[in-house]
Design a protein around this ligand. Sequence first.
Ligand code: NAD
Length: 278
Amino acid sequence: MTDIVPKVSLNNGVEIPQLGFGVFRVPPPQTQAIVEDALDVGYRHLDTATIYGNEAGVGAAIRASGIPRGEIFLTTKLWNDRHRAKDVPGAIEYSLEQLGTDYVDLYLIHWPLPMHGAFVDVWHGLEDLLDQGVVRAIGVSNFTIGHLETLLSQARVVPALNQTELHPRFAQPELRAYEASKGIATEAWGPLGQGRYALGELPAIAAAAAAHGRTPTQVVLRWHLQSGIIAIPKASSRAHIEENFDVFDFELSADELAAIDALDSGERLASDPETFDL
Ligand code: NAD
């Protein structure tokens, strides 16, 4: 069941399932049950972060599932209050303790914190973790092309991926092309637009949904997958968790993909990484 999810090879050869399950704003007391549902449905890629406060629930779900740790791809993220290389060992130690595991598959810098200009220093801390084998891959989140250029000019390790806001109304075509040219995979957060606009009211999505007899959400997830994007939708109900995983038995046509590409308005739903700061 789980091997129906395509895998993307990251630039260090580590493979990541292209569809994962995100737990942003999942309340800590509910996290274990929701993640157990996701694992039961077939997801094998989980995305959490120290700031979400629910790493412990994610770890408890993994253990309760009985699924071998090695079959699950686990991502967490370093928060903005740990932005010096010397902070990194303590930050990962805290996350590993919360998660109840001795490694993570992917560790990300959560935000670039441009005003401090500190992300290059903290990146060197992540590079050290990679050398130590505590993390299988390292990457960034919410980086713009400018941030990536700064990082690449000083990094020893090219980030495996950049996790950024990305959905039909904010499709980031320039960033995706830049990342592809540098061997950096693109991962979408808010892949469904965070439920903040009605996907089914956009004619290109509605038409594809009607043509394939699928839901607008399933069409948008297909658009991500067929565009080479790694997507980590969140869902709180078992029905939505199942619906979002049931996307491997139909394909959008090139015309349908192009019509969804044309929905991009260039407008973010969330904080602009150029100005965001603590
Ligand atoms: P999302 O686009 O995944 O949307 C989630 C919302 O969509 C849910 O709350 C629900 O309202 C709705 N939904 C889900 N499935 C549905 C369905 N089948 N039908 C109808 N509605 C449905 O937004 P997100 O949770 O913000 O993003 C996904 C994940 O990305 C997060 O959980 C988190 O892991 C990660 N994330 C990372 C950052 C970052 O800064 N790196 C920021 C936000 C989110």
